[in-house]
Design a protein around this ligand. Structure first.
Ligand code: CA
Length: 617
C-alpha cells in the first residue's frame, strides 16, 4: 500500500488551481424524508479556498478532511426554494470556479414504488455475457480493457441494449425481476467484466451503455410490471477508483500495519459476526481484510463513507426507478453501519426490498441477518435488512438429488433445511436458488439431465420465498467452475451475438434439447405468476418417505400439492397419509401436463419427476 500513500502525499503537496473536478452527487431531489444533503466537492487544494453558495442557500456544515482536495458541504434541501444554485469556490473576493447544483423534484410515486417480493421470479444476468446490443460500445477509448471475446476472462461486449432488446424473452419466460451483476464503471486492467471492483459509483460503465440507458431499461421493465434489481457493493471498491487513488482520509479504507504494504486478505470467516466467542483478531481480519488485492476494503464506520454510500444508493433508486438491491458480501461489512444504511434507504422507500448476500451455511447464521431476527436481537442488533438468501437450501439441493434416502440423506436433506424456517422473521422474503454467477452450474452438476433441472426448478418455484434463476440454464446452458473457473459458468448466452450459430432467444430456433428446458421453465414460471397460494400461502411438509418429498402450499382459497420423486423408479404413493391436506378434495390437475386425475387412492409418480398439482373439489 506504499503506492497509495505516495499518491496521497503528492497531491496534497502540489500547487493547485482549485478548480472543481467532481461534484457528487451531481444533482439531488427535494422532497426526501431526510432533507439533509452532503455534497462532495473535489479539486486540487479545494479546501484551501472558501466555499459559498448562491441564491441565499445556507451552508449547514462544511467538513474539511486531511486531504485538502476534498470538501463536504451539507445543506438542508427543505430550506432551498430555488431549482438551481451555484457552488462558488472563492479565494478572497475572487471567484475561481463554480458549479451549478440542481435540485429536482422527487417523483411523487417513488416512495411507494413496488419492489421485488415473493410474487416475483428473479432472473440473474451477467450483462457482459448476455447479449451484445450495441457493438459500438464494446470498447471505450477512456477505459483500459478492450473487448476480446476469445478471452474467457475478457470483456465480451454484452450490454444494456442487449438486455433491452430481449425483454420479451425474459418476460415470456415468466421472470418478473431482473438482477444484473454490477454495471457501474470498473476500469481495472483485466478481469473487469464482473464489475465488482467499481471505479465510479455514479456512472454506468461505457461498455455497458450510459446512465440514461440504465434508466431506460428500468422504465421499460416497470412498464411490463417488472423490476430492475441493482447489485450494490458496500464492502469494497476497485483499487483504481478515483477516490481510492486520492483518499479523502486515510481511514476511508482498512489498513493493516503488519500487512504487506498495508494489505491483508480477509479470512472470509464472517461467521465471526454473530459468534459470541469469536476472537478479536479473527473478526478484524474477516471484516477489515480485503476481499481481493484489487478490492480495498471500505470503512463504513467512517461517517463520511457511510453518508457517501447511503446517498449513492438513494441516488440510484430515485434516478433509475429501481425495484430493489442485491447487496454483495453483506457480512463482510461493519454491521452497525449497514443497519443505518438499510434503514436510511427503507425510510425513504418503505417497500424497497434489499437482499443481502450472507453466504453462510446454517439457517441460524443467515436468518440473524434478516430484519427483526431474534438472534440479532439477542446480540442487541437489528440489521434492518429485509431479505437474505437461502444458502442452506442451495447447498443441500445438489447433494440431495444425487443420494438415496437415508436418515439425513436424499430428500431428507431438503426437508431438514426447511425445518429451521422458524428462525426467519419473514420467511417469504428470502431468495431461493440452486445456482448463481459464483457457483457451479446446476446443469453441469447433473450433466444436462432435464429431469434434474425440472426437479430443482419445481422445488425453488413452489416453496416459500423468491425464486432466483440464472441466465441460460433455462436453455440447458452448462459450464464447469472446477475446470474452467468463473469464466466457464459465465459463458455467452447463445444468440446474444450476431455471429452466433444458434439463437436461443427465439424459441422457434431453439434446439430440441434447449426446448425441453425452456418450455418447462416457461410453463411453470408463468403458472406461478398468478398463484397467491405460492407467493404467500402456508406450507405443510410431510417427512420424505422412500426418497419422495411431498408438501402442500395452501391458503383460504386454494391448495397445491407438490410431489418430488427423487428415485430412479416410479413410486406409487398411498394418499391416505396426506388426508389432513387432501380432505375435501377429490381431484387434482397437474400444472405441467394439464392432466386431471382422481385423488381417491393412489398416485403414481414417475421416476425422477416432480408433480405440481392444483387440488379440486
Ligand atoms: Ca456492446
Amino acid at each position: 500500500m506504499k503506492k497509495l500513500y505516495t499518491i496521497f502525499a503528492l497531491s496534497a503537496a502540489s500547487i493547485a488551481f482549485s478548480q472543481i473536478q467532481k461534484v457528487e452527487p451531481a444533482f439531488w431531489w427535494k422532497g426526501m424524508k431526510n432533507p439533509e444533503l452532503q455534497i462532495l466537492v473535489y479539486g486540487k487544494n479545494i479546501a484551501k479556498n472558501e466555499i459559498e453558495l448562491s441564491d441565499g442557500v445556507q451552508v449547514k456544515d462544511i467538513q474539511k478532511v486531511e486531504n485538502p482536495n476534498y470538501v463536504f458541504v451539507t445543506v438542508n434541501t427543505n430550506e432551498i426554494n430555488v431549482p438551481k444554485f451555484k457552488i462558488n469556490i472563492k479565494n478572497g473576493k475572487k471567484n475561481i470556479d463554480s458549479y451549478t447544483y440542481e435540485l429536482k423534484q422527487r417523483n411523487p410515486n417513488s416512495a411507494n414504488r413496488e419492489s421485488f417480493t415473493s410474487n416475483d421470479v428473479m432472473y440473474l444476468i451477467m450483462p457482459d455475457r448476455f447479449a451484445n446490443g450495441d457493438e459500438k460500445n464494446d470498447s471505450s477509448p477512456s477505459l483500459i480493457e478492450k473487448a476480446n471475446r476469445n478471452l474467457p476472462n475478457g470483456r465480451h461486449g454484452g450490454d444494456l441494449r442487449g438486455i433491452i432488446n430481449n425483454l420479451d424473452y425474459i418476460q415470456n419466460l415468466g421472470a418478473t425481476a431482473v438482477w444484473l451483476t454490477p454495471v457501474n464503471e470498473d476500469n481495472e486492467k483485466v478481469y473487469s467484466y464482473h464489475g465488482y471492483a467499481q471505479t465510479d459509483l455514479y456512472k454506468i460503465d461505457e461498455r455497458y451503455g450510459t446512465n440514461e440507458e440504465y434508466k431506460e431499461l428500468s422504465q421499460k421493465l416497470n412498464k411490463r410490471n417488472m423490476k430492475l434489481v441493482m447489485d450494490y457493493v458496500t464492502n469494497h471498491w476497485g483499487i483504481s477508483h478515483w477516490m481510492i487513488k486520492d483518499l479523502p482520509t486515510k481511514d476511508w479504507i482498512h489498513w493493516f500495519s503488519d500487512g504487506e504494504n498495508g494489505f491483508k486478505r480477509s479470512n472470509y470467516k464472517t461467521t465471526a459476526q454473530f459468534d459470541t466467542n469469536a476472537s478479536e483478531i479473527d473478526k478484524k481480519i474477516a471484516l477489515d481484510g480485503w476481499f481481493d488485492t484489487t478490492m480495498p476494503d471500505i470503512n463504513q464506520k467512517n461517517p463520511l463513507v457511510l453518508k457517501y454510500l447511503t446517498q449513492n444508493a438513494i441516488w440510484w433508486i430515485e434516478y433509475a426507478e429501481l425495484g430493489g438491491f442485491r447487496v454483495d458480501t453483506y457480512p463482510y461489512n461493519n454491521k452497525e453501519a449497514m443497519a443505518k444504511w438499510a434503514k436510511a434507504i427503507t425510510d425513504e422507500y418503505p417497500k424497497f426490498n434489499i437482499v443481502g448476500e450472507a453466504w453462510l451455511y446454517t439457517s441460524a447464521h443467515i436468518s440473524a441477518w434478516q430484519k427483526d431476527s431474534k438472534i440479532g436481537e439477542a446480540a442487541n442488533y437489528n440489521s434492518n435488512l429485509p431479505s437474505v438468501m437461502d444458502f442452506t437450501l442451495y447447498s443441500e439441493m445438489p447433494k440431495a438429488l444425487k443420494e438415496k434416502e437415508g436418515w439425513d440423506t436424499g430428500m431428507n436433506r431438503i426437508y431438514n433445511s426447511f425445518t429451521s424456517d422458524f428462525l426467519y422473521p419473514d420467511i417469504n422474503n428470502i431468495l431461493v436458488f440452486f445456482e448463481n454467477h459464483d457457483t457451479e452450474r446446476w446443469n453441469e452438476i447433473f450433466n444436462n439431465d432435464p429431469k434434474a433441472y425440472k426437479l430443482g426448478l419445481t422445488l425453488i418455484s413452489t416453496v416459500r420465498g423468491i425464486p432466483q434463476i440464472y441466465y441460460g440454464s433455462e436453455v440447458g446452458m452448462r459450464g464447469d467452475k472446477n475446470k474452467g473457473g468463473d469464466a466457464d459458468i459465465r459463458r455467452d448466452f447463445p444468440g446474444g451475438w450476431k455471429s452466433d450459430k444458434v439463437n436461443a432467444f427465439n424459441p422457434a430456433n431453439q434446439t430440441t434439447e434447449q426446448k425441453e428446458f425452456y418450455q418447462f421453465t416457461q410453463k411453470l414460471l408463468n403458472w406461478r405468476k398468478g398463484k397467491e397460494v405460492i407467493h404467500t400461502g402456508k406450507t405443510k411438509n410431510f417427512v420424505p418417505q422412500n426418497n419422495v418429498f411431498v408438501y402442500f402450499r395452501y391458503n383460504e382459497k386454494e391448495t397445491v400439492m407438490v410431489v418430488l420423486n427423487n428415485n430412479e423408479k416410479d413410486e406409487n404413493l398411498d394418499l391416505k397419509r396426506f388426508a389432513e391436506s387432501l380432505n375435501g378434495f377429490s381431484k387434482g390437475q397437474d400444472v405441467i401436463s394439464d392432466k386431471e386425475f382422481s385423488l381417491n387412492n393412489n398416485l403414481t409418480v414417475p421416476a425422477k419427476t416432480s408433480m405440481v398439482i392444483e387440488l379440486k373439489k
